[in-house]
Ligand binder design. Structure first.
Ligand code: ATP
Length: 328
């Protein structure tokens, strides 16, 4: 019977002496899902990936792939592939040979014609048709990344692990590759679990995501859920800026500023404008309250009529208050 769940971690831990690199992590990744594992440096993302791939053994808990415990299986016996941060392409092999490499290890299982067909298909998925004979140094960063993906995907794993897949690319290309990665994942239908410390990356690419902090999972859910309904101050602040108004959290895009009366149906506080930063279509207005606390209101540039020293009301709707407070 085919499983709806590609990966399940049941209370998985990895302790190095007293260091709890990963502590009682439970989560599941569905078939065909794009799952982001996000967290700051040192929170345990890489260790989690290594436990799934089988490079390390957990000190507690269980790893299941397609419903079967795999803890006793070495990496090459798990139907999981990893795309490393460095891509680890063979510099002396062409694009086609790089992709072929993994399949050659399965030569006994797959007929030559089948191997050829698979390489041809995956070259088309990652849009490298016509570049088969190039060597890695003759490719752009984005193309090298796609070769690394193709090399892992051609093996048709149940789950693909990606270690900071976009970190080697320049910022412009990173944004473009987010969409390309999503499209590639959708067309192959294989579950992807990618790790990143970049919140925007996780929010923009994940179907569901998990936020890790000091070895434990803070929250798991859809990106919108974590952003709009964080269950801790850590999650709220890791996923975006938060203004603590009184003791209540409100995102800058929901924080409004006015010189006049904001009306009776909203909450508001007196403040003084400190500065305004023009960002193109949006402007950030920085304001200070009497108690010294500061806040940022993100408004449309066209609506910005504020200068330093202006006495204003900062206001927001109750519906936009985050369900956490400064002390959560
Ligand atoms: P980064 O984003 O910087 O790669 P990470 O979230 O991937 O960080 P891990 O590499 O999983 O974090 O490390 C988690 C914690 O476990 C860190 O405190 C790290 O120092 C510790 N750790 C990792 N590997 C070992 C090891 N082999 N021995 C001892 N401690 C380790």
């Amino acid at each position: 019977m085919s499983q709806a769940i590609a990966l399940e971690l049941r209370s998985v831990s990895k302790h190095f002496g007293t260091q709890r690199a990963v502590h009682r992590v439970s989560l599941s990744v569905n078939r065909g899902e794009f799952f982001g594992l996000l967290g700051p440096s040192g929170c345990g993302k890489t260790t989690t990936l290594r436990l799934i791939a089988g490079f390390d053994a957990p000190t507690g808990g269980q790893v299941l792939l397609n419903g079967e415990a795999v803890d006793h299986l070495p990496p090459y016996r798990r139907n999981v592939n990893t795309v490393f941060q460095s891509y680890a392409l063979f510099p002396h092999l062409t694009v086609e040979k790089n992709i072929y490499f993994g399949l050659e290890q399965q030569a006994q299982r797959l007929a030559k014609s089948e191997r050829r067909a698979r390489v041809r298909d995956i070259l088309s998925v990652v849009q490298l048709v016509g570049k088969e004979s190039r060597y890695p140094h003759q490719l752009s960063g984005g193309e090298r990344q796609r070769v690394a993906l193709a090399r892992a995907l051609v093996l048709q794993p149940d789950l693909l692990l990606l270690d900071e897949p976009l970190s080697a690319l320049d910022p412009q290309l990173r944004k473009q590759m987010r969409r390309e990665l999503k499209e590639i994942q959708r067309s192959v239908g294989i579950a992807f679990l990618f790790i990143t410390h970049d919140a925007e990356e996780a929010l923009s690419m994940s179907d569901r995501m998990a936020l890790m902090n000091e070895g434990v999972l803070e929250q798991v859910g859809a990106p919108r859920e974590l952003y709009e309904a964080p269950n801790s101050r850590f999650t709220a602040e890791f996923l975006g800026e938060v203004n603590w108004l009184g003791r209540i959290g409100v995102r800058p895009e929901h924080t409004r500023v006015t010189k006049g009366d904001p009306g009776f149906d909203v909450r508001s506080l007196d403040a003084t404008v400190e500065s305004a930063t023009f960002l193109g279509s949006r402007t950030h207005v920085y304001a200070k309250f009497a108690d010294g606390q500061e806040c940022t209101a993100e408004i449309e540039s066209l609506a910005c009529e504020f200068a330093p020293g202006d006495q204003v009301r900062i206001w927001w709707r109750r519906a936009h208050e985050l369900p956490v407070t400064l002390n959560t």
